[in-house]
Design a protein around this ligand. Structure first.
Ligand code: BMA
Length: 816
């Protein structure tokens, strides 16, 4: 098979306009207009408001190409689009070859008869805002607020119509590869790998599906993770287009999620061959040998909801991931890797791909396979209701088939999920329709047709009808006894942080708290001269998409922190609050391991520079929470349940496959870090367990409410590997602790490769944040506590010509 990529050399123009703008696929209207200086950056100040009108027009993308040579005897040429956004008509040399209505699927058109020496290909795209407005006028559909009304009418990533963290920029374009395939026979349409695990052996079956049902020969070669060939098939004959090859792998190297083991990847190369041995088409897949499911069984608390990987119940920890940018051409492989590296660095073992975005690229999944990041994959339906008409189901089914076939073989794929929050919206949300027709369509789509499709195309993966859900049937979606939970009472309903810890969730797949991103990030969208750097300025409010978002920040600040004296300290304080809330919540759930088996906070990343729930901002800068995540997701975690301050309980949770034993050393310290009580105790925690140590008795020291603000408790776990985990816990919210605010002393030394900074203070400082005014440098640790008389050394690699002198000029040190 010949493949000719047609991504380069496109032109875009608006209907009614003569101006043409050059672009390459992936291309979009906003991106092209921005690149050519026709519109300003929609993220800057309040530009997004005016930019919305851009999508009321229709646009055309055009390219030319020569005849693919030679077309095989009796063969055909297919024109393939991996992603068109969204409503389009496609013409080749003036003839309409097809139309598209769904950005989430691939399209193939037979163009053999239309090809000439020179060819002109055009994709005519209809305005998505006009399209949905017309449909909405005839038959209104409910969708969550902050969006352009009517978005459920189009199979286009919902967040492009705005969300509570993103502007309304319903772009359009060609967002994935365009290419020609020319061939006569033997195209490999799909392959599915079935694994059968037994004691020390895995039997692996490749089910190969060829496009031409009548004939075909295939050969398969399997290599081990080091690249050595371990098995090779004879020529296999396909019957009715299907060929099967089963191979037994002795002493298999199992694929594990991060933290539990390695990610060995076997390679299968499949060739489809002609009767005279010529290779017609080939496909190479990487295979991780593992079993994965979600175990739902009755237990003491109701029904479990727990991911079982290779027979072991694991505690999933990580966050929800949203698209990388509002403008799709900027969602690049490099950005995917940067974000997934940040997830891996913060000890995630799972990410959830939330249903209001798009299905990730193959590259994204390859990266997850390598990094051992499990993927909870939503189908792209969120916070809306749909009408299950024949037309809607036709396009939806094609979309689901495409993505099931494309993603089902990735070892990182943990599960499929029907939608985000639709079951719970129909059951509980105030504004959502809950008439019989809506309920019936919902059940038919998400509880009947979707699971049937998953069972047909990917029976090895678990299907979950909605997130959150408990029993299905639009029933008790808020239950803590079964299924997964989105907990939003803290934040959206103004409940105090501590409310989270009164409940025990089976799997908390969303909960979150906002913070303001770093000053460097805000300066890319604000004009300080115009007074933008003020939480209540119109420009800052334009970068806060959540209803009453800034009010909520101020409300919680008043409960938790002292009044921030500057804008910088407001940023610092919101980040610390966010980090503390998520830290205490994760620690709570990890202590309840067994009953609770998963924590995915909302959300890891941003699509634009905005005030949001993210732990990594739009530019990849880590907020306090992400540094905290690295610690609270540590495979072995010490945490303290301090609610009864006179009798705190230290807990060890062990998310590894090996038992941990050692000694816990603890000390109760005053604000100067002077020890007022201390002790030690042996501890043993089996693999995949959490254990509470006997409660400490601090009743002699902590006798009153006031005492709670005078002391903190420090504890460390020592094993034969050294100190594996340590923690400082306050008994009060930060504003009630009697901080001394000592001066932080710094000493800087350097070698040719690194700069070291040693920080010290003579009293306790919580959450020391190191930052640079303009540079982004890679501190070996950040947002850490500094205890009085216990210096901390941080190193910085000398990349990009960084010198100690430059760093000294730039460095900003903040702490509580
Ligand atoms: C959840 C998500 C998103 C939303 C977030 C914050 O409900 O599913 O829809 O952005 O909360 O409100």
């Amino acid at each position: 098979m010949e493949r000719i990529v047609l991504n380069d050399g496109w032109q875009m123009h608006k209907y009614g306009d003569t101006e043409n703008y050059a672009c390459n696929v992936p291309c979009s209207v906003y991106h092209t207009l921005m690149t050519h200086g026709v519109i300003e950056d929609p993220y800057y100040r309040d530009n997004a408001d005016a930019a919305l009108a851009v999508s009321d027009d229709d646009y055309c993308f055009t390219t030319t190409f020569g005849r693919p040579d030679p077309i095989p005897q009796g063969g055909k040429v297919m024109l393939c689009f991996d992603g068109i956004d969204t409503i389009s008509e496609i013409t080749l040399n003036g003839t309409v070859i097809g139309s598209t209505d769904n950005m989430h699927r691939r399209w193939r058109f037979d163009v053999t008869a239309l090809l000439g020496e020179e060819n002109t290909l055009s994709v005519h795209i209809t305005s998505p805002t006009r399209y949905i407005a017309e449909k909405q006028a005839v038959s209104p559909l409910w969708g969550v607020n902050s969006t352009v009304a009517g978005f459920p009418h189009i199979r286009k990533a919902h967040y492009m119509f705005g969300w509570d963290w993103g502007p309304q920029l319903p772009d359009m374009g060609i967002w994935r590869d365009v290419y020609l395939e020319s061939y006569a026979e033997g195209r490999i349409e799909s392959v599915y790998y079935r694994q059968n695990h037994a004691e020390n052996a895995v039997s692996l079956t490749a089910e190969i599906c060829l496009e031409e049902p009548s004939c075909g020969l295939c050969t398969c070669v399997l290599s081990d993770p080091d690249g050595a060939e371990i098995a090779r098939s004879e020529q296999i004959c396909a019957e009715n287009g299907r060929a099967f090859w089963t191979v037994s792998i002795e002493n298999p190297k199992l694929w594990w999620a991060r933290g539990y083991g390695e990610q060995p990847l076997y390679t299968m190369r499949i060739d489809s061959v002609s009767s005279d041995g010529c290779v017609l088409d080939s496909k190479t897949d990487r295979i991780g040998l593992r079993t994965i499911t979600v175990r739902q069984e009755p237990d003491a608390w109701g029904e479990s909801f727990c991911v079982n990987l290779n027979g072991r119940d694991i505690f999933c920890m990580g966050a929800n991931l949203i698209p990388l940018d509002q403008l799709l051409p900027r969602c690049t492989a490099e950005k995917e890797t940067q974000l997934l590296d940040a997830c891996a660095d913060a000890n995630f073992n799972m990410v959830r791909i939330w249903g209001g975005g798009y299905y990730p690229s193959d590259h994204f999944y390859d990266d997850c396979d390598e990094k051992g990041l499990l993927v909870w994959q939503d189908f792209m339906f969120a916070c809306a209701v749909y009408r299950l008409t024949d037309e809607f189901w036709k396009t939806t089914e094609a979309e689901l088939r495409d993505n099931l076939l494309r993603l089902r073989n990735h070892p990182s794929l943990a599960m499929w999920c029907g939608n985000n929050e639709i079951e719970t919206a129909i059951e509980c949300w105030g504004e959502t329709p809950r008439d019989e027709a809506t309920r019936a369509d919902y059940i038919e789509q998400f509880e009947k047709r979707m699971p049937a499709l998953v069972a047909e195309l990917d029976p090895q993966h678990f299907y979950w009808r909605s997130s959150p859900s408990a029993y299905g049937g639009i029933h008790e979606t808020w239950s803590n006894h079964a299924g997964d939970m989105h907990y939003w009472e803290v934040w959206h309903s103004f409940k105090p942080f501590t409310a989270f810890r009164e409940l025990y969730y089976r799997f908390c797949s969303e909960y979150g708290f906002e913070s303001v991103p770093s000053l460097k990030t805000l300066l890319t969208v604000c004009d300080p001269e115009k007074g933008d750097l003020n939480l209540m300025s119109p420009v800052m409010e334009a970068h806060q998409k959540c209803d009453q978002g800034n009010e909520k920040l101020m409300y919680y600040l008043a409960q938790m922190m002292r009044y921030p004296e500057s804008f910088e300290s407001l940023i610092y304080s919101t980040q610390l609050m966010q980090a503390e809330y998520i830290r205490s919540s994760v620690a709570h759930m990890r202590r309840a391991r067994g009953r609770c088996m998963g924590s995915l906070y909302w959300q890891v990343n941003d699509t634009n520079p905005v005030i949001s729930w993210s732990s990594v901002d739009f530019y990849g800068r880590w907020k306090a929470m992400h540094h905290f995540a690295k610690r609270f997701h540590a495979p072995v975690l010490l945490s303290v349940d301090e609610r009864d301050a006179a009798h705190p309980v230290i807990n060890v949770s062990n998310e590894t496959l090996e038992a941990v034993s050692g000694t816990i050393f603890w000390r109760l310290c005053d604000k100067y870090s002077q020890t007022v009580a201390e002790g030690s105790m042996p501890v043993k925690c089996d693999a995949l367990q959490a254990v509470d140590c006997p409660a400490l008795d601090l009743s002699a020291q902590i006798r009153s409410e006031r005492d709670r603000g005078q002391y903190y408790i420090h504890c460390e776990l020592h094993t034969d590997k050294g100190i594996v985990t340590a923690d400082n816990t306050l008994f009060v919210v930060p504003k009630r602790f009697d901080f001394v605010h000592p001066e932080i002393c710094m000493e800087m030394t350097e070698t040719p490769e690194v700069i070291s900074i040693t920080l010290s203070a003579d009293a306790y400082v919580k959450a020391v944040c190191l930052d640079c005014r303009t540079l982004d440098v890679d501190f070996s640790d950040n947002w850490f506590d500094l205890e009085g008389g216990r210096p901390v050394t941080v190193t910085i690699p000398k990349t990009d010509g960084l010198t100690a002198e430059k760093l000294r000029e730039e460095l900003i040190v903040t702490g509580t």
